[in-house]
Each structure stands twice: as structure tokens, then as C-alpha cells.
Design a protein around this ligand. Structure first.
Ligand SMILES: Cc1ncc(COP(=O)(O)O)c(C=O)c1O
Length: 392
């Protein structure tokens, strides 16, 4: 058996297998079947929302939500640059332009002041993320969006089950996008959903996900369908939803396991100087989709990564380059975007292994690996001036 510690493991059990077998052996309704309906109902109940509309991924959920809100060519959408590239790509896919705003040092979510500065006459939506599974300053952002009469669409891809002051993330905005990709809190392989209380948004997302059809009953009906808008096919299949149903049953236990593992890691790392775990203290229940630390500026992160790799411990940088620093976006936004906090944080974060069943012995190995990596990384760290001179 390998001794390596992967970045994540998928928490599957016989319930996932049984549901998948059930979906397959039914021999019908492999597209829009009963598990899709059950999964959507389960999501609605868990989140306490009127509508959960499943789609093929978190990215297509974002595109569907933006489209349903009428976002398109000529519009601007305010997004963080410190995010997975999909947040910005989804905006681009609607024809709108992502406008990057800086983040706060606490919890690394969008800075409401920076968002306020970025609002223009063309702003059609604000799309914050909840980094690593903890709330951004969602209360202030919700208020800001309401005052400016701009829809707030939460990119809650990383934050299923997280809350802020007892209110679940994904329920603050007029709509929210969820991701069920394999490394997320509720994994189905690939998958996503748009959640909303708004009947009109839900109806438009359903049309968008299924070719612009007026009704969802195409496969259950002999009708050819009525096509009332331009759409695509980003539906979730019944097989994927069957796994979603099984995952939903155990999601609370998995979140508890993640939080236990995160606490053990943080306790161990408290004795290591130069490293600050992202615990987002005071920002509600953190579900630790990622367990991320920030290294002091004089530590060479690549040495820490190498040290962990030598010890067969996975680690990964989420996210550098930040979106505005990528080739895809730098030409359009790089010159004008001044995102000092994003750039500083992107240069210092490192995500470590986390999953609900991470064992104490593995936690100890990770802590020891980070400690050894920091010791080596400090002595070889590039001089601070050199780091500051990196191309932005
Ligand atoms: C913040 C954020 N937004 C969007 C996505 C996209 O989700 P998916 O991979 O399901 O398309 C992700 C997933 O990595 C994410 O972390």
C-alpha cells in the first residue's frame, strides 16, 4: 500500500454504489430521471430554498445563473481575481466583461470597499466566492448589492454546508452556483446546481440547461417540445444525481470529519512559526473544502512544496496566478487592475491534504513536513525585493 497522502480523497461508500446500480439497472430515464428530481428536492430541503436546478458543473451553473439574470454583451460583472478561473470564464462566456476587485486579508473574500469602487453604470452583477469553504464578507456585499440594485450571484462552489451567522452560504444572493466536482464537499464526479428562491430565475435556468425548451418533460412526453429561447444541454444525468442523493445523506458527517481534521492540522501547525492556517475565524462555519495556509513572505514556497513532495505529501497552490495574472486575462485587465492584496496572498498560499477521514498519523506527517519545508525554505528564500519585482 502506498504511503503517499493525496490532496483529497472521495468519501464514497456502498450507498453511492447501490444508488448508481439502481439508476443503471432501471434501464430507462438515464438522462432526466427520478434521481435528478430527488437530488434537487434534497438540495432544496438542505438549503431551505425554493429551487435547486441541477446542471453539468459549477462552471455551467455560473453561466446559467448569469444568463438567467440577463447578463450579456456590454455588461460588466464584478468578480474576485483570487478564485478558480471558472468564475471569470463564466462571465466571459455570457459575452460580459469580468471586472476584478481586490480581496480582504481576512478570509480572502471580495473586499466590499473595492467592489463599491468598481461599480459602474454597466455593472450587471456581483459574483463573490467563499474561498476554501468559508464565508466572504457576504453580509456587507449583500447590502451593497441591494443598495446599488445589482443582483448578487454567489459562487458557492467551495462552500456547500458552510454558513455565516447560522445562514447557509448560497442563500444570501438572488441566486447561487454550487459545484459537485470530485474534490468538493458534496462530490458527484462532475456536477453543479443553481439555487434560488426566484421562480423566474429557476425557469430561465431550466430553459437554458435544456435547449431553450419550455418544459422539462421532454423525455417523459411524446411531444417534440416547445422552444422558447436559446439554450444548450448542460443537464445532469440520472446516474450522477444518484450519487448526489447518496452523498447528501452523509454530507453532514463528512463536514464534521473535515472540520475535525482541519482542527488537528491547525493545532499541530500552531507550533510551527511562519505559517498561518486559513480558519476564517468569526466568519461562520468553515467546511474546509480546502485546507490552506499562508506562509510568511520570506519563506520560499517552492521549497516547502518540494519538501512535502519528497515525503509523498501532496500540496497545491490555489490560486497563483490569480485570474488577472493569467494569459487569458492579463491583456484585457492586467494593465488597469491593481490588486495588491490578491497578488501578495496568491504568492504565499499553499493548500494541504484534507478529507473527512484524514488520520492523526497523517496529520502529524503533514505538520512535520510543513515544519521541515519552512526550515529549508527560509534559508533559500529569494530576497524580498526580488519577490516584489516579480512580473505582476
Ligand atoms: C470558486 C469556484 N468557482 C467555480 C468552480 C467551478 O466548478 P466546476 O469545476 O464544477 O465547474 C470551482 C471549482 O473548482 C471553484 O472553486
Amino acid at each position: 500500500m502506498s504511503d503517499s497522502i493525496p490532496l483529497f480523497e472521495i468519501p464514497w461508500d456502498q450507498r453511492d454504489v447501490a444508488n448508481a446500480v439502481d439508476s443503471i439497472t432501471r434501464g430507462s430515464y438515464w438522462a432526466n430521471g427520478p434521481y435528478v428530481e430527488a437530488f434537487e428536492a434534497g438540495l432544496e430541503e438542505y438549503l431551505g430554498v425554493e429551487h435547486a436546478v441541477t446542471v453539468s458543473s459549477g462552471t455551467t451553473a455560473l453561466v446559467a445563473a448569469l444568463t438567467a439574470h440577463g447578463v450579456g454583451e456590454g455588461d460588466e460583472v464584478i468578480v474576485p481575481s483570487f478564485t478558480f478561473i471558472a468564475t471569470a470564464n463564466a462571465v466571459r462566456q455570457t459575452g460580459a466583461r469580468p471586472v476584478f476587485a481586490d480581496i480582504q486579508r481576512a478570509a480572502y473574500g471580495l473586499d466590499p470597499d473595492a467592489v463599491a469602487d468598481a461599480i459602474s453604470d454597466d455593472t450587471a452583477a456581483i459574483v463573490p466566492i467563499h474561498p476554501y469553504g468559508a464565508a466572504c464578507e457576504i453580509d456587507a456585499l449583500t447590502e451593497l448589492a441591494a443598495d446599488a440594485d445589482i443582483p448578487l450571484i454567489e459562487d458557492a462552489a467551495e462552500a456547500f454546508g458552510a454558513d455565516y451567522e447560522g445562514k447557509l452560504l448560497g442563500t444570501f444572493g438572488e441566486s447561487a452556483a454550487l459545484s459537485f466536482c470530485q474534490n468538493k464537499i458534496l462530490p458527484t464526479g462532475e456536477g453543479g446546481a443553481v439555487v434560488t428562491d426566484d421562480d423566474g430565475i429557476a425557469r430561465r435556468v431550466k430553459r437554458y440547461r435544456s435547449h431553450g425548451r419550455a418544459s422539462d418533460e421532454y423525455f417523459q412526453s411524446v411531444d417534440s417540445g416547445e422552444y422558447v429561447g436559446v439554450g444548450t444541454n448542460v443537464r445532469m444525468s440520472d446516474l450522477v444525481a444518484s450519487i448526489g442523493c447518496a452523498q447528501l445523506e452523509k454530507v453532514e458527517a463528512n463536514i464534521t470529519g473535515r472540520r475535525r481534521a482541519a482542527e488537528q492540522l491547525s493545532t499541530g501547525l500552531a507550533g510551527v512559526s511562519g505559517v498561518e492556517p486559513h480558519t476564517a475565524a468569526g466568519r461562520g462555519r468553515h467546511v474546509f473544502q480546502l485546507y490552506t495556509v499562508t506562509l510568511e513572505a520570506d519563506i520560499d514556497r517552492s521549497v516547502v512544496i518540494d519538501t512535502l513532495t519528497e515525503r509523498e505529501i501532496a500540496s497545491k497552490v490555489y490560486w497563483e496566478p490569480a485570474a488577472h495574472q493569467t494569459e487569458a486575462y492579463s491583456e484585457e485587465n492586467g494593465e488597469s487592475a491593481s490588486l495588491p492584496v490578491t497578488e501578495d496572498v496568491a504568492g504565499r498560499v499553499l493548500s494541504l491534504p484534507i478529507h473527512p477521514e484524514l488520520r492523526s498519523a497523517e496529520v502529524d506527517r503533514i505538520v512535520a513536513g510543513v515544519s521541515a519545508g519552512i526550515e529549508r525554505g527560509r534559508s533559500t528564500a529569494p530576497r524580498l525585493e526580488a519577490r516584489d519585482a516579480r512580473p505582476k
